[in-house]
Design a protein around this ligand. Structure first.
Ligand code: F6R
Length: 244
């Protein structure tokens, strides 16, 4: 628990940069699972600063993003594809071929096969070394909404109404928020060797309490993280306010 999201974000960026450098020193790739939304923005800012000022290279980094709205064009400013390039990829030396973001333009008929191939690519890279997460007010991680099975893999999912309401301002009205998304599954996330979940602000206090102190349940999918051996929640005082 940090006083500010700024302080917490700097610590998380340090851990990520240490992992990238450690892998590079052994001539290995570093496979990162990444999130979008407001929570990781300062982490990405700090990583970009480290790239510019401290020589942190992303040349050995392979990334897999958690999710994308469906349907969604890549060039749309509301897409997670756009978000990731704007906040991170356009500012570091990552190879474009190492970037993986679920494709919101695949056809309905292709979606199942596409999701299977996304899982396969993660496996082929040796699995996720590190997964960065935010948390939604529904308890979703990625877009695994309440009801998600702990063995779920990458798939298309219907967004919860609360999630769509929370995204409404970015889309200028809830009616414009896509109803569906493609998301990595709970099992995809749980297979990551290391997980850090970020939660900032009082808006997250209730779901943080349910996630950490509540029973493990598909009703709050983030509770599945209680069973992960190497997961840390990084939050500010406001998000931690309801913890006992
Ligand atoms: C985003 C994602 C979501 C968000 C969550 C919190 O890729 O997977 O689970 O992390 O909705 O969003 P923010 O950070 O905007 O509060």
């Amino acid at each position: 628990i940090f006083d500010t999201s700024q302080q917490g974000s700097i610590e998380v960026a340090k851990e990520i940069s240490n992992l990238i450098r450690e892998r590079a020193s052994k001539g290995q790739n570093c496979v990162l699972g990444l999130a979008t939304g407001s929570s990781p923005i300062k982490v990405y800012e700090e990583l970009v600063r480290m790239h510019r000022e401290e020589g942190l290279s992303f040349s050995n980094v392979v990334t897999f993003n958690l999710d994308e709205y469906y349907p969604m064009e890549k060039g749309n400013i509301q897409s997670y594809h756009y978000f990731m390039h704007q906040h991170l990829f356009d500012h570091v030396d990552i190879a474009p071929g190492n970037i993986h973001i679920p494709d919101g333009t695949v056809s309905i008929e292709e979606i199942k096969e596409y999701c299977r191939s996304y899982e396969k690519k993660i496996e082929e890279e040796g699995g996720l070394d590190f997964q960065l997460l935010g948390i939604g007010r529904t308890g979703h991680i990625g877009f695994n909404e309440p009801g998600s099975h702990h063995n779920s893999a990458t798939r298309d999912i219907t967004l919860d109404h609360i999630t769509r309401v929370d995204a409404a301002s970015a889309f200028k009205g809830v009616e414009n928020v896509p109803r569906k998304a493609i998301t990595m599954g709970i099992s995809t996330i749980r297979n990551a060797k290391r997980i850090i979940l970020l939660a900032w602000g009082q808006n997250k206090a209730e779901v943080v309490k349910a996630t950490i102190e509540g029973e493990i349940s598909s009703e709050v999918p983030a509770t599945y993280l209680q069973e992960h051996g190497n997961a840390t929640f990084v939050m500010d005082k406001e998000a931690a306010a309801q913890l006992t």
